[in-house]
Design a protein around this ligand. Structure first.
Ligand code: NAD
Ligand code: TYD
Length: 343
């Protein structure tokens, strides 16, 4: 083993994709995966890694110094790099209740920073989001210099963590790097986010809730491309720098939902307009020129390739999906959409 990676949040959507990529592409690294297994964390996402001695799962929260230390201890004597993804990640949940977002995203990030600094980790990649920049008008792109102007409790808590990481570097010379990526899609995304929710509902002939006029724009990136960008920043990025990551792939929500309906052979009558999200950001779009120029990263997948792959993946996972779409999920869904979204 050459080095250890402490990954936080590795049982979630992007985290589990990152685990599978790293085990395949860097088989001589020890991967210690610290995850609290909240509603969004799922060990089933990691089934293919079971029995692989390079992957060590540690159940614990980044808000606990002891649990973070336990994960750092599992790295042994190897030089440690950290990839920090653990977060509360869903905007709608943050509107229902902001406190869990402050707890994990802000407090947890500071606990993690303190313990990692005490341990002398070699590098710390903080996985932030383009949502820290706020909302764009119809023109223009977010660059790394765009001022932070978060609008939701989720993005405000991510901006808080982003700035704490920046401060650790500025004040203590802590070897931190920050990535800010656009919306991801792909396997193992929890079916509360737009693309998996629409695939799951349409497959079951349930209504597809469209917030407001459905003309909000997101810049979609296949999750594997995001994972490869994080690895490029981890290995080749410059300490203290921020890297935007995006797919040059903007679509309004209505267009995405129509593509999903068409791929599944379902009628547009399943779409139903529901109340708009309060404070809804209108448009996100990333200028990823810096990471392309400086680290040579570009996305490998087009939307035309990867959306059908994603739909096929969800269709091949009915049990995974059903397992998640019961119990606490149903209560969340009812709170979020009410009877009108039930279909
Ligand atoms: P996710 O909600 O699917 O997964 C989050 C993971 O973090 C889960 O496994 C959960 O159990 C774990 N977790 C939550 N609180 C924890 C705590 N206190 N301690 C330890 N683990 C905890 O999220 P995701 O979509 O995979 O996003 C991962 C990261 O990437 C987040 O930081 C998010 O802000 C960022 N990001 C996501 C996107 C996107 O489109 N999904 C885009 C840009 C950035
Ligand atoms: P989401 O996947 O929650 O990501 P984010 O808000 O972080 O960008 O939502 C993507 C877009 O889809 C956003 O504009 C809100 C919209 N949306 C709906 O119209 N209906 C839904 O049921 C959901 C979950 C999202």
């Amino acid at each position: 083993m050459q080095r250890a990676i402490l990954l936080t949040g590795g049982a979630g959507f992007i985290g589990s994709n990152f685990v599978h990529m790293l085990l395949e592409q860097r088989p001589d690294w020890r991967l210690v995966n610290l995850d609290a297994l909240t509603y969004a964390g799922n060990l089933q996402n990691l089934a293919a890694a079971e029995g692989n001695p390079a992957h060590v799962f540690v159940k614990g929260s980044i808000t606990s110094a002891e649990e973070v230390d336990r994960a750092l201890d599992a790295c042994g004597d190897l030089p440690i790099s950290v990839v920090h993804m653990a977060a509360e990640s869903h905007v709608d949940r943050s509107i229902q209740s902001g406190l869990p977002f402050v707890d994990t995203n802000v407090l947890g990030t500071q606990v993690l920073l303190d313990r990692c600094r005490a341990r002398g980790v070699e590098r710390f990649v903080h996985v932030s989001t383009d949502e820290v920049y706020g909302s764009l008008g119809p023109e223009g792109f977010f660059t790394e210099e765009t001022p932070l102007a978060p609008n939701s409790p989720y993005s405000a808590s991510k901006a808080g963590s982003d700035l704490l990481v920046r401060a650790a570097h500025h004040t203590h010379g802590f070897p931190a790097l920050i990535t800010r990526c656009s919306n991801n899609y792909g396997p193992w995304q929890f079916p509360e986010k737009l693309i998996p929710l629409m695939i799951a509902n349409a497959s079951e002939d349930k209504q597809l809730p469209i917030y407001g006029d459905g003309m909000q724009v997101r810049d979609w990136l296949y999750v594997q491309d995001h994972c490869e960008a994080i690895l490029a920043v981890l290995e080749r990025g410059e300490v203290g720098e921020v890297y935007n990551i995006g797919g040059h792939n903007e679509y309004p929500n209505l267009a995405i939902v129509r593509m999903i309906l068409e791929a599944l052979g379902k009628p547009e009558s399943l779409m139903v307009t529901v109340a708009d999200r309060p404070g809804h950001d209108r448009r996100y779009a990333i200028d990823a020129g810096k990471i392309e120029r400086e680290l040579g990263w570009t996305p490998r997948f087009t939307f035309e390739q990867a959306l059908p792959m994603t739909i096929a993946w969800y269709q091949s996972q009915p049990e995974w999906l059903q397992g998640l779409r019961s119990g606490a999920y149903r209560e969340y869904y009812e709170r979020q959409y009410g009877p009108q979204g039930q279909g």
